[in-house]
Design a protein around this ligand. Structure first.
Ligand code: SGN
Ligand code: CA
Length: 520
């Protein structure tokens, strides 16, 4: 009897001690997820992926997540554009199956089975902070503080359940601050699922004031295919996303009307850029860019040199935006550490799709070509005792929801089309039976940047793309042609491979039940 009383006393004391050791009352064996998604963050701009651009603009804080976790080297999106990618992340489904196929004003149906609805029903505290861009308000979230539509870099509006408020400051820093505020004030009896969604580095690439001049003396490498002539690739010839043709000189490239001018050249959307700054902020901005803008007019340049100048301006601003994102990741890491959350919070880093950093002459995304099809994915999972592991299997954003549910111990609905990638992390990934091909489908045409609708399959190092409205096919051998410059479709030597890819595409269309009306 005495023994039992002692045991009971011990148990109660250790329980009290455990719950007093931090202000975080939740059971430590129950994981939380911090899901961080940036907007348009190219793999080429994350040092862990090893691209030469990122050597000049390193991302040490994002890299630390990879060093302490898993780097997915072959992760892809299902439809390389904002709203559709976000809808796939939330639902675990391809665009046709979740109903959000284009960024054309479609309203996301938040009542369907989403990761937030499911986790909320299963006792998780759910929140989304930052970019949302699904045209309907978040459903299944206990808390939201989201940007309006694309959001603004300077002094942006945020929407909460209480209404819209204009905040003072730089968007990346505000999102970090609001995320930490939520964590500090959350119901800490429950585990959380928190989506922190940065606007940066989305167009028009406005850096934080302290970083306006960060890369002003950095010459980034010019891609070999910057002056692509799109030979053999009909659809690529018709796009409107060329840095030296289509980028707005004032809005995107921050160019002014002449020597010492304070007026931007064609400021396409003053409301979201200069219109958001105070007079003082505009002045500081113009001063920071003055020397470089004057140099544009003081130095004679050929058309080719002007195009190269524009690439440098684009990359300097884009990477300066990334610098703030990386800093934000460092601040979140520190917050988790200081608040005793690092060892029971799974941190996921990704972007809504890939992005072109001058390859083919382009900015933007949308294509099934590698730069925009690929998505960064890094997961730091303290519940698995492995560090610095690369996973090279084909994963996709439709896998995110089933993976998160699996990691949190919640069943996935059977109609989710993605697969949990947790087994790839737990076992030796090479030994796990896994998919050998990926399905892709982009719908938004006509639309911004004039990229024709297409679908396709990637299998091994081969890719088949169908621009189905024009009945045009493309095929690439990525081992021989990683930049996708040589369309080998119809070439005799690839006949067998081509047939194999056609069959694979047909079987994926069946597997994912893509309605016939979307294939013509
Ligand atoms: C805006 C951009 C486009 C971009 C789309 C979609 N123009 O329309 O360049 O492709 O958003 O971006 S802008 O001048 O208004 O920035 S997405 O991230 O929402 O998919
Ligand atoms: Ca995007």
């Amino acid at each position: 009897m005495k023994h039992t009383t002692n045991m009971l006393f011990l148990l109660i004391t250790s329980f009290i001690l455990a719950s007093c050791s931090s202000n975080n009352k939740q059971d430590k064996t129950q994981p939380n997820i911090l899901f961080i998604m940036t907007d348009d963050h190219a793999l080429q701009a994350i040092s862990s992926y090893g691209h030469p651009i990122s050597k000049l603009a390193p991302t040490p804080n994002i890299d630390r997540l990879a060093k302490e976790g898993f780097l997915f080297t072959e992760n892809y999106c299902a439809n390389s554009i904002c709203g559709p990618s976000r809808a796939s992340v939330l639902t675990g489904k391809h665009s046709h199956a979740n109903g959000f196929m284009k960024n054309d004003g479609t309203k996301f149906n938040g009542e369907q089975a989403t990761i937030s609805n499911i986790l909320q029903e299963n006792g998780f505290e759910t929140a989304v902070i930052g970019k949302w861009h699904l045209n309907s308000l978040p459903v299944g979230f206990d808390y939201y503080r989201i940007l309006n539509d694309q959001g603004e870099y300077n002094n942006p509006d945020f929407i909460t359940k209480e209404g819209t408020t204009q905040e003072t400051g730089y968007v990346t820093e505000l999102i970090t601050e609001f995320t930490q505020d939520w964590l500090s004030n959350r119901n800490s009896d429950k585990p959380f699922f928190l989506m922190m969604q940065h606007k940066a580095p989305h167009r028009n690439w406005v850096p934080a004031e302290k970083y306006y001049r960060l890369f002003e003396n950095t010459e980034f490498p010019i891609p070999d295919n910057y002056f692509d002539n799109y030979q053999g690739r009909q659809a690529a010839g018709g796009q409107e996303m060329n840095i030296y043709v289509d980028a707005y000189e004032g809005h995107d490239l921050k160019m002014v009307t002449g020597l010492d001018s304070d007026t931007l050249l064609y400021d396409r959307w003053p409301d979201v850029f200069f219109g958001r700054m105070t007079d003082e902020e505009r002045k500081t901005f113009l001063e920071a860019y003055r020397e470089r803008n004057n140099d544009y007019y003081l130095t004679e340049r050929t058309e080719k040199e002007k195009a190269e100048w524009k690439l440098q301006r684009y990359l300097q601003d884009y990477l300066a935006c990334v610098k703030s994102v990386d800093e934000s990741i460092g601040e979140m890491y520190q917050y988790l550490e200081e608040n005793d959350l690092l060892e029971n919070t799974i941190v996921v880093y990704t972007s809504d799709q890939g992005f072109f950093l001058g390859e083919h002459g382009w900015f933007d995304k949308r294509w099934m070509y590698e730069e925009s099809f690929r998505m960064p994915l890094i997961i730091r999972n303290p519940f698995i005792d492995k560090k610095g592991v690369s996973i090279n299997q084909f994963t996709q954003n439709i896998d995110f929801a089933p993976t998160f549910l699996d990691m949190l111990g919640v069943d996935s609905p059977t109609d989710m089309q993605g697969e949990s990638i947790l087994p790839l992390m737990e076992s030796n990934s090479e030994d796990v039976p896994w998919r050998e091909s990926l399905y892709y489908h982009y719908y938004e045409y006509p639309g911004f940047h004039s990229v024709k609708a297409h679908n396709g399959v990637k299998k091994g190092h081969f890719k088949l793309i169908h621009f189905y409205k024009d009945k045009v096919w493309e095929m690439y051998d990525l081992d021989k042609d990683p930049d996708e410059m040589h369309n080998i479709y119809g070439q005799a030597e690839y006949k067998t491979k081509q047939e194999e890819l056609h069959n694979e595409l047909d079987s994926l269309i069946l597997k994912y039940q893509v309605p016939d009306k979307y294939l013509h």
